[in-house]
Design a protein around this ligand. Structure first.
Ligand SMILES: Nc1ncnc2c1ncn2[C@@H]1O[C@H](COP(=O)(O)OP(=O)(O)OP(=O)(O)O)[C@@H](O)[C@H]1O
Length: 585
């Protein structure tokens, strides 16, 4: 984001659409704040009337009358500030919910490559805490600061009118106090930021550990995880304690200034005037009351200005997220893909990090209706090849052609509609089996889902469930087996009538019985379809039309299973290893 864009008017323009609908509410908040400030200024004056007139005149009726005004003013200002806080905090929550929704919807459109570089836990914590701070901008903060400024100016105008001779002594002292408070907050601000950063680190750690809880328990690493989180908490605690010592310590100093120093100044300046009869006790009380009432708004203004700065810093960080280029910005192709003949990788090169080539000059063809298997050692580039075909990353050199048209010229969403992607780690959505197969697409009928389920031979499993197809899956499918998850993802690809099946086979070992079942289901799924399969099991490559052997980012051998057994020593070795594994099992 260009620095010059980050002006106040830029933010205002950006935030206006969020406030537009509730502008009336915001104006009411402002109005209520004005009235409350006015009423707060009125009270000391009423008190002065009682002290200077009603009591000396022994006029009880007038005293009760002023007393009633006094109570009414307090009640009214209490009621108005309650209403104002209630309405504005509702407005803040409403706006920020919408705002967060927009941020999340933008995050969903960011390219996979961006997420690869992000510690997700930290990102969530940041969006959450930044949004909370933006919220106060909409709710009470902006209104409070305006109210405080007006109250402060109004108070001083009244004091000047009442007794400018005393006011000129007090004004510089109060302003000095405000400036001191401003510097204090500026100093504290860097500690507040540090606390937030450390909080984000703790949240990220907890999120990561909870996600990997099974592994942590299996490896007996609970203590280590706890120590790690405790270490991070301790780092945050240290800064927090230091900040509180300074914050509360200096608040006590300011409090002393207000309660003792200012009052002494007022009494010293006004006492000779009272003795000389040029000043009433009532006015003295007005002064003392106003000092209490004016100093805190001034300090609050310093605090509010800092808070506003922090809110804008948070807003800037969130906006930086929402201005990141989305997939739509990266892939600008518009052609509607037609796949009638073949998919062709033509001298494709790809690197995740600059010049560290993961794919080097990859060329192969998948004719329509054929099944191509990718085999080879771990890290040789098989999954990356699949990701490029799905359009998760743009190709750096070379081209991927669909019936001769470069993938980069195509509408990537339309292209992905043709693909049934089955990953090693099957992602299941919160919801029932039915919802997971048709992924909330109601146009896919229940009959079609049932049919897909029976083609992939999942019906035995469904029949055992009391709720059948409507059985709810636990988060990330924790209440079903790895094999069952695989079959649900097969059924999903079938229900969506994917033309091309791209499968990164699960590497986790499953028992031979389940493997045989998955193999049969896979044959049913792939029958008549074009398929690109990253094969980890021998059974998946035996009937492939072509097997590509990947080694260190290159295709070093290719052919059918029997051909490769004759021509490729590295393939032979892979097969021998697999046979040994099968025998062991
Ligand atoms: N998101 C990523 N960011 C950076 N490097 C990556 C990323 N994904 C993979 N790599 C690297 O790219 C290389 C190829 O990885 P790839 O996942 O394509 O291999 P693979 O053959 O599919 O391995 P496996 O059989 O273990 O799944 C590896 O060196 C890997 O470390």
């Amino acid at each position: 984001m260009a620095e010059d864009k980050l002006t106040f008017t830029y933010y205002l323009k950006l935030l206006f659409p969020f406030v537009k609908k509730d502008l009336g509410l915001l104006i009411f908040g402002l109005f209520a704040m004005l009235v409350t400030s006015g009423l707060r200024l009125l009270n000391p004056l009423i008190l002065a009337q009682i002290i200077d007139h009603s009591i000396p005149d022994k006029n009880m009726a007038q005293m009760f009358q002023y007393g009633a005004y006094f109570v009414i003013v307090i009640l009214l200002s209490g009621l108005l500030s309650y209403l104002q806080i209630l309405l504005l905090s509702r407005l803040g929550i409403k706006i920020i919910t919408k705002f967060k929704g927009n941020v999340f919807s933008h995050l969903l459109k960011l390219p996979v490559s961006w997420f690869n570089k992000q510690p997700v836990g930290e990102l969530i914590a940041r969006v959450e805490s930044d949004s909370e701070r933006v919220k106060v901008l909409f709710s009470d903060l902006s209104i409070t600061i305006i109210g405080n400024v007006l109250f402060f100016i109004g108070g001083f105008v009244i004091l000047f009118i009442l007794q400018w001779q005393i006011t000129i002594y007090i004004l510089p002292a109060i302003i000095l106090c405000g400036i001191g408070y401003w510097f204090l907050f500026k100093y504290l601000n860097k500690f507040f930021r540090l606390i937030r950063e450390r909080y984000a680190i703790i949240t990220a750690k907890i999120t990561d550990y909870v996600q990997g809880i099974q592994m942590i328990q299996a490896l007996n690493q609970e203590k280590k995880a706890l120590q790690d989180v405790e270490k991070a908490s301790l780092a945050k605690k240290k800064v927090e304690v230091h900040t509180q010592v300074i914050e509360y310590g200096s608040q006590s100093i300011f409090s002393f200034m207000v309660n003792v120093v200012f009052i002494i100044i007022v009494i010293l300046v006004s006492a000779p005037k009272i003795i000389a009869g040029t000043l009433t006790v009532g006015i003295l009380i007005v002064f003392i009351q106003y000092i209490y009432q004016l100093v805190w708004p001034l300090m609050q203004i310093s605090e509010n200005v800092m808070q506003i700065q922090r809110s804008f810093a948070s807003l800037k960080r969130i906006l930086e997220l929402t201005e990141l280029p989305t997939e739509d910005d990266t892939y600008t192709g518009t052609k509607i893909p037609v796949f009638a003949q073949e998919i062709k990788f033509e001298n494709v090169w790809f690197a995740y990090k600059e010049d560290e080539w993961v794919l080097k000059d990859i060329s192969f063809t998948i004719p329509k209706g054929k099944k191509i298997a990718l085999v080879g050692p771990s890290g040789s580039g098989k999954t990356t090849t699949v990701s490029l075909l799905c359009g998760f990353y743009p190709v750096e050199k070379g081209r991927i052609l669909i019936d001769g048209v470069p993938l980069s010229e195509m509408d990537f969403r339309e292209w992905r509609k043709k693909i049934g992607l089955i990953l090693q780690d099957v992602y299941l959505f919160p919801g029932s089996i039915l919802e997971n197969v048709r992924v909330y697409n109601d146009q896919i009928s229940e009959d079609k889902v049932q049919k897909a389920i029976s083609i992939v031979q999942l019906d035995d499993f469904i029949k055992k469930l009391p709720e059948g197809i409507n059985a709810e899956l636990a988060e990330r499918g924790q209440n079903i087996s790895q094999g069952e998850k695989q079959l649900i993802s097969f059924a999903r690809a079938l229900a969506f009538e994917a033309e091309i099946i791209i499968m990164d086979e699960a590497t986790a070992s499953i028992d031979p019985q389940t493997e045989a079942k998955i193999q049969r289901s896979m044959e049913n799924l792939l029958s008549g379809k074009t398929a690109l399969v990253v094969a980890h099991r021998l059974t998946s490559v035996l009937d492939a039309d072509e097997i590509l052997y990947f080694s260190d980012g290159r295709i070093t051998a290719r052919g059918k299973h029997n051909e490769l057994l004759q021509t490729s020593p590295e393939y032979q070795k892979l097969v021998e290893l697999q046979m040994l594994k099968v025998q062991d099992e």
